[in-house]
Ligand binder design. Sequence first.
Ligand code: ATP
Length: 232
Amino acid sequence: MLEVNQLTRWYGKFKAVDSVNFSIGKGEIVGLLGHNGAGKTTIMKMLSGFLEPNAGSIKINQIDITSNLKQIQQQIGYLPENLPVYPEMSVADYLDYAAQLKGLNRQQKQQELKRAIKATELAPKLLDPIATLSRGYKQRVGVAQAILGRPSLLILDEPTNGLDPTQTEHMRELIREIAKEATVILSTHIMQEVDALCDRAIIIRQGQLAVDAKLDELRQSRSLNLATSLSL
Ligand code: ATP
């Protein structure tokens, strides 16, 4: 359902993402692994349409996202590395605003808000200003806005980054639940995260694809040594 071909992005003279190719089938959970600065966020931003590639293409269900972003945006849910939230806004107001941005009509909006709030167990926090939430709850708000409108592809940039072990386990449970209805690509620099959640791992090193393997293969093969040597 997702096809990435020769994806490339420069920042000035620095090539942050270099001719990356991969494809993801419907219903897969794929982990994008790499050290800090490897290029994961740049890839995630391009997949979600926030950043244009300098070369290459991204297709979702065979439709090119760069030239058809408006048409395809509703199919993509994106949890950015840092949620661009308004700290004084309450959780309820923020999610309402996010639902409007997704172009949901009034009836869809009510249904989708209800569903997202239930899935993320945010009901007790709805009136709280976002600034007062723990990192775990902030991430849940991020996931709630990402799943509004039932996108078929979810792009989660470091969803458990900064969470304590309990919050991490909760977030992983949530990701497993939402992956029952959507294809998921998540980034992380922790191999265990991929091990706990993913069917496949794509390892990015210095902007290039180093490994693309099913978890079973990765565990058995020398790629595991590669992952270990990368401390992933
Ligand atoms: P992290 O885990 O730290 O988020 P990452 O794998 O997501 O890292 P990116 O954020 O995609 O990596 O960054 C890839 C490279 O591009 C890094 O060397 C980073 O310094 C550089 N970079 C990212 N954004 C910009 C920018 N706006 N301008 C210039 N260089 C950038």
